[in-house]
Design a protein around this ligand. Structure first.
Ligand SMILES: [Zn+2]
Length: 106
């Protein structure tokens, strides 16, 4: 498991699947894109395989060398993903093209 994955697992560890109540582990997280301080991760329940769509995580303040995981450093930490959020995220992803990096915070 990479440091990034460890941090994500920690980040999502207080959440559980709304369908089967299974917790999320590294198998639940698939990193789609990673660029600069932004991480796009797809979250799927490892037990019932319910998809929770994608989560955008700002990793700017997290030192990759620091094993002390501080979820408070993550900007806009994950909240329960609503139906609308998932739709928005899918729309956003679908509209990404070769200029997708323009969406990243400077
Ligand atoms: Zn589940």
């Amino acid at each position: 498991m990479t440091n990034i994955t460890k941090k994500l697992v920690k980040l999502f560890s207080n959440l559980c699947c709304s369908q089967c109540k299974c917790g999320f582990d590294e198998d639940a997280i698939e990193i789609k894109r990673r660029e600069g301080g932004l991480l796009v991760a797809h979250l799927t329940c490892p037990h019932c395989e319910k998809s929770f769509g994608v989560a955008f995580v700002g990793m700017t303040n997290i030192s990759l060398k620091d094993d002390n995981i501080e979820p408070a450093e993550v900007q806009d930490g994950p909240e329960p993903i609503s139906y609308d959020d998932v739709i928005d995220a899918h729309r956003f992803i679908r509209n990404l093209d070769e200029h997708w990096q323009n969406h990243l915070p400077k």
